[in-house]
Write a protein that binds this ligand. Structure first.
Ligand code: A2P
Length: 337
């Protein structure tokens, strides 16, 4: 497509990721000739700020994608399953943030720093944006994988509430207010108390791993193009508004030292290495990552238990690099630069 600017639709524009998509398009000066903001019937007629003005939300329907060049979806898997093919048939390139299409062999699963080439072959007209926890991990792993080929990953996550949507953030805030006031804490969205607590917040998948954990297993292999990579995850929700953290242990096909890993990570695409972990405020942390683009990597250490393996702590804004920014970067790399 050699156009100078594009008609861009955002399906799920009122949601946590959808709003971030609007902000990201604006902040990165994505060449938008017209923005079509779509949500459920409930939100039709509401306005959202965009650029110098506002956009009026339209109810998502079968005719929403006529004339649309790029359709960014963040409205959940069932909406993506129904409307993704409709948008693609109408001529839009669909970039979907849900899990609906990620493991479809005819749908590329793309993190630009790792496998942007895959986005060029899209028989269904759909590109999938990976799970937020997977995106930040593979951005950090890519330079290490290129040097020494990753063999095994053991990862524990500390995931923010915004990954579950705007209503989940509001639930955390209302639970926290109630707890601080000494009132009864009644969860509205979470499967239990989220304020001052940590939760296993996903449905069970196979072998007693959660659905979220299994996404990290399968999506990592697909993005990195290596089905032999062993991934053993534990995912946990923590009472953070925004920004996922991960403790990652990595073994390679040849020995890797922390020194070499730091050298490879320093200046790697999309990565900021925070090398001074014990200086106050100098280690990766979700509060300072929130609202920013990079994947922050710190606490890179030789593993004490496994020779030739390393450990690192990886933090990123799950709404940005974990979702909206990654989707917009895919569109930029395909159509703009
Ligand atoms: P709405 O705000 O009108 O419900 P989040 O991930 O923060 O929960 O946001 C989900 C997004 O997906 C919202 O923009 C929501 O719109 C939208 N959405 C949910 N269900 C539908 C649907 N059936 N049709 C269109 N948009 C939907």
């Amino acid at each position: 497509m050699s156009k100078a600017s594009f008609v861009v639709a955002v399906a799920g524009a009122t949601g946590a990721v959808g709003r971030e998509m609007l902000r990201t398009l604006e902040q990165r000066s994505f060449p938008v000739s017209k923005l079509v903001a779509l949500a459920s019937k409930r939100s039709a007629g509401q306005r959202l700020p965009f650029g110098a003005g506002e956009v009026v939300i339209e109810a998502l329907g079968p005719k929403s994608f006529e004339g649309v060049d790029i359709a960014l979806f963040s409205a959940g898997a069932s909406v993506a399953r129904e409307y993704g093919p409709i948008a693609a048939k109408a001529g839009a390139v669909v970039i979907d943030n849900s899990s609906a299409w990620r493991m479809d062999p005819e749908v590329p699963l793309v993190v630009p720093e790792v496998n942007i080439e895959a986005a060029k072959t899209r028989p269904k007209g759909i590109i999938a944006n990976p799970n937020c926890s997977t995106i930040q991990m593979v951005v950090a792993l890519k330079p290490l994988h290129d040097a020494a080929r990753v063999k095994t990953i053991i990862v524990s996550t500390y995931q923010a509430t915004s990954g579950k949507g705007q209503a989940a953030v509001e639930d955390l805030l209302q639970q926290t207010r109630a707890a601080l006031a000494g009132e009864a804490v009644t969860p509205a969205v979470f499967p239990g108390r989220m304020a001052f607590n940590v939760l296993c917040d996903w449905k069970a998948g196979e072998n007693d791993y959660s659905e979220e954990e299994l996404k990290m297993v399968h999506e990592t292999r697909k993005i990195m193009g290596d089905a032999s990579i062993g991934v053993s995850p534990t995912t946990v929700r923590v009472p953070v508004v925004n920004g996922h953290s991960e403790s990652v242990h990595v073994q390679f096909h040849r020995a890797m030292s922390a020194e070499e890993a730091k050298r490879l990570l320093r200046g790697a695409e999309g990565v900021v290495l925070m090398d001074d972990a014990y200086a106050p405020g100098k280690h990766p942390q979700p509060f300072s990552a929130a609202g920013t683009d990079p994947v922050y990597v710190g606490r890179v250490r030789d593993d004490l238990a496994v020779a030739g393996a390393i450990k690192m702590f990886v933090v990123a804004d799950n709404l940005r690099k974990g979702a909206a920014l990654n989707a917009v970067q895919i569109a930029e790399r395909l159509f703009v630069r």
